[in-house]
Every structure is written in structure tokens, then in C-alpha cells.
Design a protein around this ligand. Structure first.
Ligand code: ZN
Length: 302
């Protein structure tokens, strides 16, 4: 199974208390600076801490240095005994067309931070469960392969590819991932993926891991996911236009519905969003596992 990291902020539910084999991605932008993993009642299966750079795209005043980010990551993950991945401070590309020189300038800052991160990471003397991740940036075959080549020389344990969360065309996402994989192979983390068609293709390519915030986003829009096949309904309080309304719960074995299926129909408070997000996570995970089984069976038959 592809590794699936659930994006988490410090007001979200502890998904790992409900589910076995639950990996969590913490974005520095989504937790307070004093937060650390000792506040988790149960540790996740794997932990990834990103630099918060993507969320900061919409905040141009956010200009931390690589060493500030690294120190925050160390504070958050202090004492972690599970596989823990720290991401370097990349410079994401804003959505839309960009001047090629601007793209290369941003990639150069991504590469410069990557080398600084590796120095910091090596001199921190972290235990062996801590691994480093470089984040490849670019918006074309040439820029992505350039960045992938540079980062592959920096000495990261893992590499990922970013700036995909604002792209809604599956073929463009896949083109970019293939460009990175043509340099460093498919052992990549693909950041910010929510489409199932894309995920199926990534699994078939042999991509190592993905992350998504979809279960919580959907929950906050007062919508529900159900699996087999994955579909989305809206509660009658939802402002979402295009989805069908659901009035009563469907059969569900998730930990919330097993307690009381009416809980996922409540709206208006974060704790209700959280219960709905746990239900949505359960169904997204089930769907990913189904896709994986289909990929695995079809590749064995091929
Ligand atoms: Zn449920």
C-alpha cells in the first residue's frame, strides 16, 4: 500500500487514536510554535513535518530562514520514536503562468536551502528514525528535472515533489511527477494530492507516499464521504452546490458511526467537523486500499 499521510493541524482529531497504521503530516503553518508531539495521546505510525512553505504562499510577509524552520521542526518532533521525516524549506511556485527566469530564481532558492538543510540535519545528531526530505519544485519538464538533479546530489534520504495542490488537471500533475521520476525514480512523496484518478496512476507508477487534507476539507464544507465507490454528499446545512443532499446515515463501520451515526450530521462547530473528518478519513482510506488492491492485482496479471 502507498503510504498515506493525513494532513493535521492542532485543532484536528487525533486520527491515530481511531485507526491503526495512521501516518500524519504536520505543516508548520498549522500548529502553534509551542506545540510538540508529546501532546499526542498516541503517536502516529509515521510522522512528517513540512516547512509550512506551501501554506505561506498566500502570506508574502512570511519569510523565515531555513535554520529557523529546522529548529521549529526539531521542537515539534522532539523525542519522536516513530519514523520521522523533516522536509527542507522549499520555495513553492504560485499557481498560474510565470516567467521562466522567475521559476529558476525560485528553484535556486529551493536548492540553496536544501544544501543548508542537509548541513543542519547532519550536524543535529538525530537518531536514525529521523530522515530528511528534499522537495522538488518546477512547472515544466526542464525546470523539474533541473531541480531534481540538483536535489539528488544534496544527499537527502527521501525526495518529494511539490506545487501540485493547486493543479486540478490530472494529466499535468502526472506529467510533472513523471518528469521528477525520470531523474530520481518513483520513490517519491507527492505533496497535496486529493484526486483518486491521479492517486491510482501514482500507485501504478510505484510512488512511495502521498498526503491529503481532503477528509477535513470536505467535513468543514458540511459534506460526507462514503466509499465503494467513493462519493460525496452534502448535509442540508452545506453551502456546496453541486452535490446530492443526504438526510440520513448510510451503513458505516467507522468509529464515529459505530458510536452514533447522528454525530456526523451535526454542523456548525469544529468538534462536529472533527467527527465528520474521522468518518471521511475512514472512507478515503478504504478507497485508497481498494485502488491499491486493483493496481496490485492488475499489475500481477499483466
Ligand atoms: Zn462513519
Amino acid at each position: 500500500m502507498i503510504d498515506f499521510f493525513m494532513c493535521w493541524s492542532d485543532s484536528d482529531p487525533f486520527y491515530q487514536t481511531y485507526f491503526e497504521n495512521c501516518s500524519i503530516l504536520i505543516s508548520l503553518a498549522h500548529v502553534s510554535q509551542s506545540w510538540d508531539i508529546s501532546r499526542f495521546p498516541v503517536q502516529p505510525t509515521k510522522l512528517m513535518v513540512d516547512s509550512g512553505a506551501f501554506a505561506a504562499l498566500s502570506n508574502p510577509r512570511w519569510t523565515p530562514t531555513q535554520s529557523q524552520i529546522f529548529n521549529l521542526q526539531l521542537n515539534i518532533s522532539k523525542g519522536s520514536a516513530v519514523p520521522t521525516i523533516l522536509c527542507h524549506l522549499d520555495t513553492p511556485l504560485p499557481p498560474g503562468n510565470m516567467d521562466t527566469m522567475d521559476v529558476y530564481r525560485k528553484i535556486e532558492s529551493t536548492v540553496a536551502n536544501a544544501y543548508e538543510f542537509i548541513q543542519l540535519f547532519k550536524s543535529a545528531g538525530l537518531p536514525p528514525n529521523f530522515k530528511s526530505m528534499g522537495v522538488i519544485q518546477g512547472n515544466s519538464y526542464n525546470t523539474i528535472t533541473f531541480c531534481a538533479n540538483e536535489l539528488s546530489r544534496a544527499g537527502f534520504d527521501h525526495l518529494g515533489i511539490g506545487s501540485l495542490a493547486t493543479i486540478y488537471k490530472a494529466d499535468i500533475i502526472l506529467e510533472r511527477v513523471r518528469a521528477a521520476a525520470s531523474v530520481v525514480g518513483p520513490d517519491l512523496h507527492v505533496f497535496g494530492i486529493s484526486g483518486l484518478d491521479v492517486t491510482a496512476e501514482l500507485m501504478a507508477m510505484g510512488i512511495r507516499s502521498i498526503d491529503s487534507s481532503r477528509p477535513m476539507k470536505v467535513a468543514m464544507y458540511n459534506c460526507l464521504l462514503y466509499s465503494n465507490p467513493l462519493r460525496q454528499y452534502k448535509l442540508k446545512d452545506s453551502k456546496v452546490k453541486e452535490k446530492a443532499t443526504i438526510d440520513s446515515p448510510l451503513p458505516c463501520d467507522c468509529p464515529i458511526c459505530k458510536k452514533d451515526p447522528a454525530l456526523i450530521f451535526r454542523a456548525g462547530k469544529k468538534r462536529y467537523h472533527n467527527m465528520r473528518a474521522v468518518h471521511n478519513y475512514y472512507h478515503l482510506r478504504r478507497e485508497l486500499e481498494d485502488i491499491y488492491r486493483r493496481c496490485y492485482v492488475s499489475s500481477n496479471l499483466a
